[in-house]
Design a protein around this ligand. Structure first.
Ligand SMILES: Nc1ncnc2c1ncn2[C@@H]1O[C@H](COP(=O)(O)OP(=O)(O)OP(=O)(O)O)[C@@H](O)[C@H]1O
Length: 261
């Protein structure tokens, strides 16, 4: 379970202008929740993930992971429990290392330094199996340098790497936004499979409303740093893109003409 308790965050630009992103924001994701996060540009979606991963420290409030207050725990230490896949396929993998070297490194994340050295040869059959299930030919490229892979292959690898050390929380920041529709579906289906199998609490930001409806057991909409919609179970299953847009227009007619997503 991961929780934001009474979180406040204001960014101050170099010229002194202020942006209050969170003002007493509260959020709880229960263990095993797969939450799709939607909302307009600048709503605070990435900041929510950044507060959880330790990239952004709140001005006030607490971040709690499995009943432990981690607000002051460094980003580096949180990486043992919290994994992330970014929008840009080149983030999250090391281009000058091979596929196998990247996988070995991810498997050993959080272990002491001397255990992180060397290739994880005993897990090669497992890696080949999981890579083959993606149907992108990666299982035949264990010795290929990751910088030579396509963006889609690299993003699939990032996703697999992000779950190898069994994190408590997986943060996905528009992780399919840069991919073609076919590869995007492969990654989303694999995301669903991996997080359900490993019961990983997952937060997925997306601007694709259909994907937000189709994937995950819960959907939240953020606006101006507040959660203005939170649906799960049957309510989420019966959602449509039209209903989501309707909801927003009802909620705040003033913004109806703005580009919400
Ligand atoms: N490090 C920072 N320094 C200054 N301002 C920031 C910083 N990070 C975010 N902001 C501002 O906080 C607000 C929320 O940003 P955030 O990236 O969380 O929005 P978002 O909902 O993820 O938007 P998008 O859909 O465009 O990615 C924006 O106004 C943004 O400019």
């Amino acid at each position: 379970m991961v929780e934001l308790r009474n979180v406040y965050k204001t960014f101050v630009s170099e010229l002194g202008s202020k942006k209050d992103v969170f003002q007493n924001t509260n959020f709880i994701a229960n263990e095993g929740d797969f939450v799709s996060i939607i909302g307009s540009n600048g709503a605070g979606k990435s900041t929510l993930l950044n507060v959880i991963n330790g990239n952004v420290i709140p001005d006030a409030g607490e971040v709690v992971l499995r009943d432990r207050n981690i607000t002051k725990v460094s980003r580096h230490k949180r990486a043992k429990w919290i994994s992330q896949v970014f929008q840009n396929p080149s983030q999250g993998t090391s281009p000058s290392m091979t596929v196998l070297e990247n996988l070995s490194m991810a498997k050993n994340k959080g272990k002491s330094f001397n255990l992180t050295l060397g290739l994880d040869k005993k897990n090669i059959p497992y890696y080949k199996e999981i890579l083959a299930s993606l149907d992108l030919g990666l299982e035949k490229q264990l010795d290929t340098k990751v910088g030579l892979l396509s963006g889609g292959q690299r993003q699939c690898l990032s996703l697999i790497m992000s779950t190898l050390n069994h994190p408590d929380v997986l943060l996905l920041d528009e992780h399919t936004a840069a991919l073609d529709p076919k590869t995007s579906k492969i990654i989303l289906d694999k995301t669903k499979e991996l997080v359900e199998k490993n019961n990983i609490t997952t937060l997925m930001i997306t601007h694709n409303l259909q994907d937000a409806i189709e994937y995950g057991n819960r959907l939240i909409m953020i606006h101006d740093g507040s959660i203005i919609l939170d649906l799960k179970g049957e309510e989420k299953q019966h959602l449509t893109v039209e209903k989501l847009l309707e909801f927003f227009h009802e909620k705040d007619a003033k913004l109806a003409d703005k580009d919400l997503f």
